[in-house]
Ligand binder design. Structure first.
Ligand SMILES: O=P(O)(O)OC[C@H]1O[C@H](OP(=O)(O)OP(=O)(O)O)[C@H](O)[C@@H]1O
Ligand code: HPA
Length: 177
C-alpha cells in the first residue's frame, strides 16, 4: 500500500535515531539541575516525542497538547485549534515543546504565545523537521533535527489524512498518490 505513495525516502530510521540521540544529549546538558516539563504536540510528534524523551537523562515530567490546523489537506488553514490542553498548570515551569515539524510556523507561534500567557518560567522548542522556505512568521526552533526542502513529508509520526504515521523512515509523499 505504501509503495508508490511515498516517492522517495528522505531520512532513514537510522539517521533519525542518530540525530535524536544527539538532541537528547544536548537537552540533557542544557537542562541539568532544572525541573523540565516536556510537552508533546499530538498527534504528529508522538513518535519523535517517545524516542526523544528516552534519550534525555533527567527527571522530566511529560504532558501533551493536541492542536490542529491542517485537517485532511497539505496546506495549513492558518487557524489553530486546541483540541486538548495541558493536564497541569505550567506556571513557573521550564517547558520544552516537542513538535514533529515546523512548516508555516503558525502552529508553534500560536502555542508559544499561549504558553507564555500562562506564565511559564522558560519556553523552548525542539522540532524534528524544519522547512524554513515555507515560513509565514518569525519563528526559529531552539533545537532542530533536520532542515528539509519544501515537500510534503510523511512517516515517523507525520501523516497525510491520518495515514503513514507508522512508517519508520521519513519520505516524500507522491503528489499523485
Ligand atoms: O508550521 P505549521 O504550518 O503550523 O505546521 C506544523 C503543524 O502541522 C502538523 O500538525 P497537524 O495540524 O497536521 O496535526 P497532527 O499533528 O495531528 O498531524 C504538525 O504536527 C505541526 O503541528
Ligand atoms: O510536510 C508535512 N507533512 C505532514 N504534516 C505536515 N504539517 C505541516 N507540514 C507537514
Amino acid at each position: 500500500m505504501v509503495k508508490g505513495k511515498v516517492e522517495q525516502i528522505l531520512i532513514t530510521k537510522d539517521e533519525i535515531a542518530t540525530r535524536v540521540a544527539e538532541l537528547g544529549r544536548k537537552i540533557t546538558e542544557d537542562y541539568r539541575g532544572r525541573d523540565l516539563l516536556i510537552v508533546g504536540i499530538l498527534k504528529g510528534a508522538i513518535v519523535f516525542y517517545s524516542d526523544l524523551c528516552r534519550s534525555i537523562d533527567l527527571p522530566v515530567k511529560m504532558d501533551f497538547m493536541s492542536v490542529s490546523s491542517y485537517g485532511a489537506g497539505t496546506v495549513s488553514s492558518g487557524i489553530v485549534k486546541i483540541n486538548k490542553d495541558l493536564d497541569h498548570s505550567c506556571e513557573g515551569v521550564d517547558v520544552l515543546i516537542v513538535e514533529d515539524i515546523i512548516d508555516s510556523g503558525l502552529t508553534l507561534q500560536y502555542l508559544k504565545e499561549y504558553l507564555i500567557s500562562r506564565q511559564v518560567r522558560s519556553l523552548k522548542v525542539c522540532c524534528l523537521l524544519d522547512k524554513p522556505e515555507r515560513r509565514k512568521c518569525d519563528l526559529v526552533p531552539d533545537y532542530c533535527g533536520f532542515q528539509i526542502p519544501d515537500a510534503f513529508v510523511v512517516g515517523y509520526g507525520l501523516d497525510y489524512a491520518e495515514y503513514f504515521r507508522n512508517l519508520p523512515d521519513i519520505g516524500i509523499l507522491n503528489p499523485d498518490a
